[in-house]
Design a protein around this ligand. Structure first.
Ligand code: PLP
Length: 423
């Protein structure tokens, strides 16, 4: 199956592509589902074929008409990874994807591919803790500087100010995570994309715009449509969707992904074939899962917002039409997702009483799986953020984060109400 309908030339919808695109059953005994290609290496028919495969893989010459790159070695290419990469790129509306051993492998490989000593990265805060650590502690060891701009402020103005301070020619990457974790603050992708364009125009050097789309993508947010050069995922979350694998993804243009794939090959940060196979299985249901999870999350967020023991609820589906974030939401998101943050009275002790009283939702970090999870950002996922920064990124002692799963809504509702009784 091709990306486009042979008769009309129209592109198939991602839901359809997720079931057939990029895989020829007759290369695998007619198997309707791709088998697991659990092999490290691929046999060549003859030495000339091996030479041709390497020439294309290493871009030693352009491909001839209807010549396609062949399989060589699973660190370079493997059918399970390639099929998944094509399908996830179709979801994002990008040319190509690359799948990695983890979300952090995706982020760090992208950084090694694009950044050089002397470069500056501008990133929104809050951002996932591992990414935060990499930007703040590891990149500086390589003379690459990071500057955080608050996601809840005027992000375009702060980016322009930083570009003026460092000089446009040094700003090599703008990295945005939206909605931000755990506060669900939204960053305006279109406005940030415009700033990346201005910086590029001013310096004549690339200013890459990368978006971590883990929370809403690929169903409810498509950053490439708003100017993102690279779309990043922790595929451990919704793409994998069953809390049974660790993986990451980057998608983008062919030119951009060519650079990223060279670094993945040399750093060896690719996912293994079985993970690729699991991701293929999961991608078939990602739309159904994310929509159903968001439906339950919306109802739970409304329930929490009307509960006397809940002080605040942070959820894109509850934004007031007059708030500036609502305009961002309606422009760039097609659904609210299934992560809710809510604040209870009683500080850490109050939040812990509530967390300990959940029966259906499991007390664990991570998100996006079929099961509901609850956690306490201040003492768990965000415990390494300096205390003086916690309030400014919306992490208060009473804040609880819930990832809503596929359990029956009535059980989830009883669970949430029962847990709040513990206060
Ligand atoms: C938004 C976001 N990006 C990246 C990561 C890192 O992904 P992984 O744990 O798959 O390495 C996470 C993990 O929680 C995340 O939440």
């Amino acid at each position: 199956m091709d990306r486009r309908d042979k008769k009309t030339g129209k592109e198939f919808k991602p839901e359809t592509l997720a079931l057939g695109y990029g895989y020829d059953p007759f290369l695998s005994e007619g198997s309707v589902k791709p088998p697991v290609f659990l092999t490290s290496t691929f046999q060549f028919r003859n030495a000339e074929e091996g030479q041709r495969h390497f020439e294309l893989a290493y871009k030693l010459r352009p491909p001839r008409v209807s010549e396609v790159p062949g399989l060589i070695y699973s660190r370079l290419n493997n059918p399970n990874l390639e099929i998944f990469e094509r399908r996830v790129a179709a979801w994002d509306g990008t040319d190509e994807g690359a799948v990695f051993a983890s979300g952090m492998a995706a982020i760090t490989t992208l950084a090694w591919a694009l950044l050089r000593p002397g470069d500056v990265v501008l990133s929104t805060q809050p951002i996932y803790g591992g990414t935060h650590f990499f930007l703040e502690h590891i990149l500086p060891e390589f003379q690459i500087q990071n500057r955080f701009v608050p996601a809840n402020g005027d992000v375009p103005a702060a980016l322009r100010e930083a570009a003026a301070e460092f000089g446009a020619e040094r700003i090599r990457m703008i990295l945005v995570e939206t909605p931000a974790n755990p506060s669900n603050v939204l960053v305006d992708l279109q406005a940030v994309g415009a700033v990346a364009g201005e910086i590029h125009a001013a310096s004549g050097k690339p200013c890459y715009f990368a978006v971590d789309n883990t929370f809403l993508g690929p169903i409810f947010q498509k950053p490439a449509a708003f100017g993102a050069d690279f779309v990043i995922y922790s595929a451990t979350k919704f793409l994998g969707g069953h809390s049974d694998l660790i993986a990451g993804v980057v998608t983008g243009s062919t030119a951009g992904m060519d650079i990223v794939k060279v670094y993945r090959t040399i750093l060896g940060t690719m996912a293994n074939p079985f993970t690729g196979w699991l991701l293929l299985r999961s991608l078939e249901t990602v739309s159904v899962r994310m929509r159903r999870q968001a439906k339950s999350a919306m109802k739970l967020a409304q329930l929490l917002a009307s509960h006397p023991k809940v002080k605040n609820v942070y959820y894109p589906g509850l934004l007031a039409p007059e708030s500036p974030e609502y305009a961002i939401y309606t422009n760039q998101c097609t659904g609210p997702g299934s992560l809710i943050a809510f604040e209870v009275d009683g500080g850490i002790a109050g939040a812990q009483r509530v967390l300990n009283a959940f029966e259906v939702a499991r007390l664990a970090v991570s998100l996006g799986g079929t099961e509901s999870l609850v956690e306490h950002p201040m003492t768990m996922t965000h415990s390494d953020v300096p205390p003086e920064q916690l309030a400014s990124i919306g992490v208060s002692p009473g804040l609880i984060r819930m990832s809503v799963g596929l359990e029956h809504y009535k059980d989830l509702k009883r669970d949430v109400l029962g847990a709040l009784e513990a206060l």
